[in-house]
Design a protein around this ligand. Sequence first.
Ligand code: FPP
Ligand code: MG
Length: 487
Amino acid sequence: MVGARVSALRGAQACMRLCGARRSASSWSEVLQTAKSTLGSDAASAAQGAAAVSALTHDPLDVVGQDVSAVRHSITTLLGSGQPSLDRIAKYYFAAEGKHVRPMIVLLMAKATNGLSAAWGAQRARAIGEDVDWPMNRETVLNDVNPTAAPPPAPGAPRPLPEQYEPALQHTILPTQRRLAEITEMIHVASLLHDDVIDASPLRRGAPSAPSTFGNKLSILGGDFLLGRASIALARLRDPEVTELMSTVIANLVEGEVMQLRAQESVSERVPVTDLSSTMPSAEELERFWTAYEPQPHADVAPTRRQFQIYLQKTYLKTASLMAKSARSAAVLGGCGEWATQTYAMSAAQRADAAAVCDAAYAYGRHVGMAFQLVDDLLDFRATTEAFGKPSGGADLKLGLATAPVLYAWQELADSPLGTLVARRFGEPGDVEQALELVHRSQGLARTAQLARYHTEAAHKALSVLPASDARAALAQLNEQIVTRVK
Ligand code: FPP
Ligand code: MG
């Protein structure tokens, strides 16, 4: 056990050397223990820890820019179809310049956490030996034709030896983690293809949307095709925990979208999908960002604390879940997950350390995701359509949606007609303009920005559990970029 712990520390130290880590503590485990106790006991020092992480930043594109380009290229290979129209729509949104936030989180989290598990060496050997492109079944049984993929190996051909994958070892990112970054982006883009149909959106990424170019039917089918190919890629990672995490994301995206649809119905219809605490805002968040604010809402008069809670749960499901669960999956594939920690001989302390890494990855992704969507909802009031690359200037209001800025404005201007406008979903002539004016007159945008900033600080705090490295510094910068973005 001691041997395994020492080798884990060697692995962690080797990883930190590879990542260009700058730190003086004698072991990562000590850093972890200090960070855990600091976070648990002393909020002021925890804030300092978070501030220290945010002070050390590094441009994400300097760290994983090339990997992001490789992910983009690989996705178009994964999405080939013999049906020309399907081939075109499946690749359509990947041709435009996106922000690539999700694959960047996965790649950086992989770099920041690889080597931290005592099972890292074994997990790496396994990932290098597994060919993520190797079909699980015979081609004639799969019946899946992809003209842009490499030809399948002859039936019964031996698998290439792991040594042939040696070039991939030059990077700390495993082939399974690269593929995870691709899967994450494919699921995200599938959801955009469906979302642009639901929202009847004419624009995406500064260009005509898929539905306005190819029609609704092909957009829905294109999204389904992306999910099909993402599922194949997921199966080939051969990790049941990651399969469960990423499949749950798809269910969460749909739940979040359904909640949003139902939020446009009457107040009595607005029920949470589930009371699972992991999907809900914490009591502290509710206290600080809703209840404590004056004027206090009457318990039975909208907007209620429950409505705010439901809005935040929807935000987790439709946006934060993907970032949280894919970041956690990156740590799982690096040997911090349940399968690896239960399969290899590890001490209870090593298992606890690995679990803490997974939890930190998840917490980072969750808080970044919450901040991302809050800023998105805020920019809908501030950004221009041209800068945003998609409809803005009250686009959510036009869809009948009351997001955080509206809920806050409504709470503050309780005597204004905002409640009536929300109830009729901004559906009468002049409603959108009046709601825009009221939101701008209130503290709604400032309070939404404060809530987003809170999540940014919480994401920084989660990072302080991990050892310093270029990848961690880049995750910190990405976090800042998300909350300060203007498009
Ligand atoms: C964008 O939100 C949309 C999402 C974050 C998720 C949409 C999810 C679905 C349509 C469920 C189906 C899911 C899959 C995986 C097929 P937005 O409309 O607030 O943002 P926008 O302004 O970018 O459109
Ligand atoms: Mg939309």
